[in-house]
Design a protein around this ligand. Structure first.
Ligand code: AP5
Length: 207
């Protein structure tokens, strides 16, 4: 199955992606993770997108579309894909429709009032890449899974969250209508507890 995960920043896309990808045996492909990995390694791509990402703005469309087009050619995509963070606007959605359109689009709907708390409390692990929330872990500096050091993403500040939400509203939200017209959209309430969201996601995707 080819699935796109849609939702505002901090709606829980990354949190839900792991089990969906496992259940459907499809790779979890996050454009944000790919860009962050490149920034960490200081590659030319990483250096090019750093200031855009740190300020909460989108990276250039042509570059992002090419990145995904290339990634979807890999062998592990033969059963499909789980795209997290792509497409992010109509231009990217139309491009994807041109080379590998999704079967289903899962929209995680979360009230904006919850988002700032979720994002500013997020911690990520340097070692295993896991993400957590300070409300649910005992030590905010240590990964509960591998013991690695936890860090806060540069774009996870209150100020940047405002920009990211604005970008989401103006550029990404129109995709809800776009995929709804194609009868591909399923929406799940992402305000609930993680395990409840997980159950509703399974039902919505019919898996
Ligand atoms: P990206 O990495 O895609 O970030 P995002 O869309 O802003 O999403 P987040 O990773 O912030 O949130 P999420 O929905 O995955 O939530 P999570 O599960 O972590 O993009 C970053 C940047 O990269 C962009 O700003 C842009 O610059 C660039 N970029 C990426 N893709 C691009 C594209 N296609 N085109 C152009 N530029 C692009 O959860 C958040 C927190 O909430 C966690 O702490 C988690 O533990 C907690 N949580 C999750 N679910 C629940 C729940 N149900 N209840 C309570 N807490 C929960």
């Amino acid at each position: 199955m080819k699935v796109v995960l849609l939702g505002a920043p901090g709606s829980g896309k990354g949190t839900q992606a792991g089990f969906i990808s496992e259940k459907l045996n499809i790779p979890h492909i996050s454009t944000g993770d790919i860009f962050r990995e490149n920034m960490k390694k200081k590659t030319p791509l990483g250096l090019k997108v750093k200031s855009l990402m740190d300020s909460g703005n989108l990276c250039p469309d042509d570059l992002t579309v090419e990145l995904i087009k290339e990634r979807l050619n890999h062998d592990d995509c033969k059963n499909g894909y789980l795209l997290d963070g792509f497409p992010r606007n109509l231009h990217q959605a139309k491009a994807l429709d041109g080379f590998c359109p999704p079967d289903k689009v899962l929209n995680l709907d979360v009230d904006f009032e919850r988002i700032e708390r979720r994002i500013t409390g997020r911690r990520s692990c340097y070692e295993c890449g896991g993400t957590y929330h300070v409300d649910f872990i005992t030590d905010p500096n240590k990964c509960p899974l591998c013991g690695g050091e936890l860090f806060t993403r540069k774009d996870d500040t209150s100020e940047t969250v405002k920009t990211r939400l604005k970008v989401y509203q103006t550029q990404t939200e129109p995709l809800i209508g776009y995929y709804s017209e194609q009868n591909k959209l399923v929406t799940v309430d992402g305000n609930a507890e993680i395990s409840d969201v997980e159950r509703n996601v399974l039902e919505a995707l019919g898996i």
